[in-house]
Write a protein that binds this ligand. Structure first.
Ligand SMILES: [Zn+2]
Ligand SMILES: [Zn+2]
Length: 140
């Protein structure tokens, strides 16, 4: 199990209480929270917290490779502490975002052979199995 404090120290980021809480929130949340969600989640514990602090902290985490942005929603960035390569499936019915394993690192393209790739994202959209089952159930 990764601890937020050791992850911060490993990347040379001073583990202030706010940074630890923000990273813990991401590490514990499976569903890719937005800045607003993180704020709502933490503000009772950290009354001095502001959304711009969260935003700046997340930018720092992204720059250090601790967190990756997930741009599966138009105009709204979500954040993900699971930095190992995976794709995202967004259910257009319930809005849930699912992680799925995919070997993005092994995908190659001759056209990009001379390019420096810094981020690889895979986004799928559709209807999740829960919603499909509910829909089928409603028909019966
Ligand atoms: Zn769904
Ligand atoms: Zn993810």
């Amino acid at each position: 199990v990764r601890s937020a404090t050791s992850e911060l120290l490993k990347r040379g980021i001073r583990p202030s209480p706010q940074r630890i809480k923000i990273l813990e929130c991401l590490m514990g949340s499976a569903n890719h929270p937005t800045v607003d969600r993180i704020y709502t989640h933490l503000v009772s514990d950290l009354p001095t917290l502001s959304k711009s602090t969260i935003y700046n902290t997340l930018n720092r985490f992204v720059a250090s490779g601790l967190v990756r942005p997930v741009m599966v929603d138009e105009g709204e960035t979500r954040y993900d502490a699971a930095v190992e390569d995976h794709g995202h499936f967004k259910c257009e019915s319930c809005g849930t975002i699912y992680d799925f394993h995919v070997e993005i690192d092994t995908w190659e393209s001759d056209e990009l052979a001379e390019f420096d790739i810094t981020q690889r994202d895979v986004y799928f959209f559709g209807t999740c199995s829960d919603c499909l089952n509910k829909r089928d159930g409603a028909k019966k």
